[in-house]
Design a protein around this ligand. Structure first.
Ligand code: SP5
Ligand code: ZN
Length: 352
């Protein structure tokens, strides 16, 4: 299994975030990658391949030009205005408020939906590196590999076409899925007519609101997410089971919200339902947004999954028999993060 690494991830290292109104040390730290790399090496996985950074034109496939312009200049604009980093929003343009303002704080409110996606000088470079790892992974599937792991940091599934939030700036999994879907339509005509190109399965603890919204009106990418019920958990405003897609995409989005306390048994049962929907769609490729914040000891989660469950989840996914790109999302229980990623990838690669 090839592994692609976002080599510039360490340039993104914000000192703090605000969670539920309190300042806390940033959970999504560069240490996460160091821990995963160590565990992969100890387990005998192949050395990671440094991926080239995604270019602006790669990113434009999923993100809007104005958002990319914002992200690429936010830190410099902030500093030029004499503000001290990190870039954080202070207010948001809710309905009734005007959108037009050149003040850097106003721009932050237009593009950042919470207080967990601060921007510092290296953030955009790191995010491009992360997206590059996912795109390199997708290209490797197109070249015929069966399993690939993109060790992406920062993560991506909360990022929408013009919105950062929840540690995410660029939607790595969406960029990869879109590339796989595009290649499909430019590929052999017979495949184009008969085979749906891509499914995304999101197993991060949090709903992948960004991924859902990017593909909500498309039927060429099925999006399926298992997550903590937004009725009590972040991102609060999306991830309910009645969100099923719209327009041409109607019926091509599946949300499976789960209660606090969900354990291995409950999770694996819900996973079966998700996998059945993917099997019914019969895609040519699968992209997995793999978060490990479902783990019992995760500081941000409320589920009760064990390390053993990740191997079972990986194996169940691989039973679909699809070329699969695993994209790293969340997971903040540092002590067990490496072990959990290894267990999952062992499960995936145990099925041939
Ligand atoms: C990629 C990813 O996993 N992003 C997650 C961002 C979550 N940020 C907000 C968390 C609000 C949490 N409230 C937690 C209560 C902890 N017991
Ligand atoms: Zn998460």
């Amino acid at each position: 299994m090839k592994i692609f690494l976002s080599t510039e991830h360490h340039l993104h290292n914000p000192p703090f975030e605000l969670i539920d109104g309190r300042v806390v040390t940033y959970f999504e730290t560069p240490q996460r990658v160091a821990i995963i790399l160590q565990a992969l090496a100890d387990a005998g996985f192949a050395s990671p391949i440094p991926a080239p950074a995604a270019t602006l034109s790669d990113l434009a496939a999923v993100h809007t030009p104005d958002y990319l312009e914002y992200l690429s200049n936010a830190s410099e604009r902030w500093q030029t205005a004499g503000l001290s980093e990190p870039v954080f929003p202070s207010a948001w343009p809710l309905p009734g408020l005007r959108l037009r303002s050149d003040c850097p704080r106003a721009a932050a409110g237009r593009y950042m939906f919470d207080l967990s996606a601060p921007i510092i000088a290296g953030t955009f470079t790191a995010a491009c590196s992360s997206a590059g790892a996912a795109l390199a992974g997708a290209a490797t599937l197109l070249a015929g590999d069966r399993y690939v792991y993109a060790l992406c940091r920062p993560p991506g599934h909360h990022a929408a076409s013009a919105m950062a939030g929840g540690y995410c700036y660029l939607n790595n999994a969406a960029l990869a899925a879109n590339l796989l879907a595009q290649s499909h339509t430019t590929g052999e005509v017979t495949w184009t007519l008969r085979t749906p190109p891509v499914a995304i399965l999101d197993i991060d603890y949090h709903h992948g609101n960004g991924t859902q919204s990017i593909f909500y009106e498309r039927n060429d990418v099925l999006t399926v997410s298992l997550h903590a019920d937004p009725a009590f958990e972040y991102p609060y405003y999306l991830g309910f089971s009645d969100e099923r897609g719209a327009g041409a995409g109607e019926g091509y989005n599946l949300n499976i919200p789960l209660p606090a306390g969900t354990d291995d048994t409950g999770y694996l049962k819900a996973l079966d339902q998700a996998l059945q929907a993917i099997a019914d769609y019969a895609p040519r490729y699968l992209v997995v947004s793999a978060g490990f914040d479902t783990f019992a000891a995760d500081p941000l989660g409320s589920f009760a999954l064990t390390t053993a469950a990740y191997q079972a989840i990986g194996a169940a996914i691989a039973q679909l028999g699809l070329p699969t790109l695993v994209v790293q999302e969340g997971g903040y229980a540092l002590q067990e993060l490496g072990t959990n990623v290894v267990a999952f990838l062992r499960g995936v690669t145990s099925v041939c």
